[in-house]
Write a protein that binds this ligand. Structure first.
Ligand code: UD1
Length: 418
């Protein structure tokens, strides 16, 4: 199994380009099911999760081709409406095929995803939404089975803000009869990207990026071409890589407006950041202070950068209180950071980090989920000696060749096959 070996102590400097957003690409890929013909996506990241989504589309009967960063999906008559457990268990976002399949083909069978490292992650809100649009939903042999002759627009109020739920219902509602109104909708940039693509396909969606999204159903959609937005979580991770080593790093092909809460927190900690239209630079900063962070839905601080920011806070002057409000079990990196010498006290949803610059020493550590793996690599950049991050396959689900990007900035990092 692949591991990442990081030798700490190098100061990272230079320019690096961000890839396209995984969390945009996944719903976009499933949205292709809504229209026959060839869909083209530029800036599609090369990631294991994208491969899993393509595999699922292929099993439905589509043809996917990923050349460089251009992904083409040819949608023809589907031969299956079943998302099998083998794919779904590797990638929970497979549930996003539910809305488009029921909406266009009248039926979908999607395996329940099962346990997840960062919490229970239910899909009840997706199912309530699809039921509100008129589908019949049942559980059969570990599968969610949804059927509807024709979906009908409805008012849906999400009790909790859900990114995937908002995406699924948007994709279901575009071909429904009448108007759907989603209240307490997620406002993430990935929601806006999906709405932009669906509108290019001929949908009538307004309000994406606000908490109320209105979708007027249309009779049919056609394929289109689209450039996927930059991955704000990767951008944040690369900025933290520069910051934690005291270097000066510019991340290009970025969207500063998608990361305002993170930029604000880094500035509060004492970092100087320069923002351009499509680039963010973190200036060389020798010392920074601990700041408190609470994760919450966009535009607040993203849960997907909590672990990486915690790594940065282990090197701060003073204490940082990190509160996780989105997922109930998202502190699994804490024990591994502690193995490297970090001083962190975790409670259920709060972790108190007492910073100590230069206090980490290399050790073998275990990646537990995608973003936790990134935080361990970041900690390894400043740990004395060698840090071996095991189970790096988690990282490959969501970061395109992270070690190559870090090497280009001067990091001593390599991949090993054990
Ligand atoms: C998406 C992102 C993930 C990110 C998360 C929160 C993708 C592919 N993944 O995940 O990287 O960490 O948003 O920003 O885009 N919930 C329910 N019932 C539901 C759905 C969600 O209770 O039916 C709860 C979840 O358990 C969680 C909260 O709502 O506590 C937010 O989850 P959600 O926004 O749905 O996350 P995902 O879409 O799964």
């Amino acid at each position: 199994m692949d591991a990442m070996i990081v030798r700490g102590g190098r100061v990272l400097n230079g320019e690096v380009e961000a890839s396209g957003a995984k969390n945009s690409a996944l719903p976009l890929l499933f949205s292709t099911l809504l229209a026959s013909g060839e869909h083209v996506f530029h800036n599609t990241p090369k990631l294991n999760d994208i491969q899993s989504a393509c595999k699922l589309l292929d099993l439905f009967g589509c043809e996917t081709q990923h050349d460089g960063h251009v992904l083409r999906v040819k949608v023809k008559a589907l031969k299956s409406l079943e998302a099998h457990y083998d794919v779904v268990r590797k990638m929970r976002a497979s549930i996003l095929c539910l809305g488009p399949l029921v909406s266009r083909y009248g039926e979908a069978q999607v395996s329940l995803p099962g346990g997840c490292a960062i919490g229970t992650r239910p899909i009840d809100l997706h199912l309530e939404g699809i039921k509100a649009l008129g589908a019949e939903v049942s559980m059969e042999n570990g599968y969610v089975v949804a059927r509807a002759k024709k979906l009908t627009g409805a008012n849906i109020l999400f009790e909790t803000t859900t990114v995937g739920g908002t995406e699924n219902i948007m994709m279901a509602a575009v071909l429904a009869d009448g108007t759907t109104r989603i209240e307490n909708a997620a406002k993430e940039p990935e929601i806006v990207d999906l709405a932009d693509y669906l509108n290019k396909m001929g949908a009538k969606i307004s309000g994406a990026g606000t908490s109320i999204i209105t979708i007027e159903g249309v009779n049919s959609l056609k394929p289109a071409e689209h450039e996927i937005i930059p991955d704000r979580i990767e951008v944040g991770t690369l900025l933290i890589a520069g910051a934690i080593t005291g270097g000066c790093v510019t991340v290009k092909k970025a969207r500063p407006d998608h990361l305002l809460s993170v930029i604000e927190k880094m500035r509060e900690a004492g970092f100087r950041l320069t923002l351009e239209d499509t680039a963010i630079t973190i200036e060389k900063t020798p010392a920074w202070k601990g700041v408190d962070v609470t994760t919450a839905p966009h535009p607040a601080f993203p849960t997907d950068l909590q672990a990486q920011f915690m790594a940065l806070m282990t090197q701060a002057e003073g204490t940082s209180v990190i509160t996780e409000t989105i997922f109930e079990n998202r502190f699994m990196h804490v024990q591994e950071l502690v193995r490297l010498g970090a001083n962190i006290t975790p409670k259920t949803r709060v972790a108190v980090v007492r910073g100590h610059r230069g206090g980490l020493t290399g050790a073998p550590v275990m990646a537990t989920d995608l973003r936790a793996s990134a935080s361990l690599v970041l900690a390894g950049l400043v740990a004395k000696g060698e840090t071996q991050v095991n189970r790096i396959y988690h990282l490959d689900r969501g970061y395109e060749r992270l070690e190559v990007k870090l090497q280009s900035l001067g990091a001593e990092v390599r991949r090993t096959d054990q």
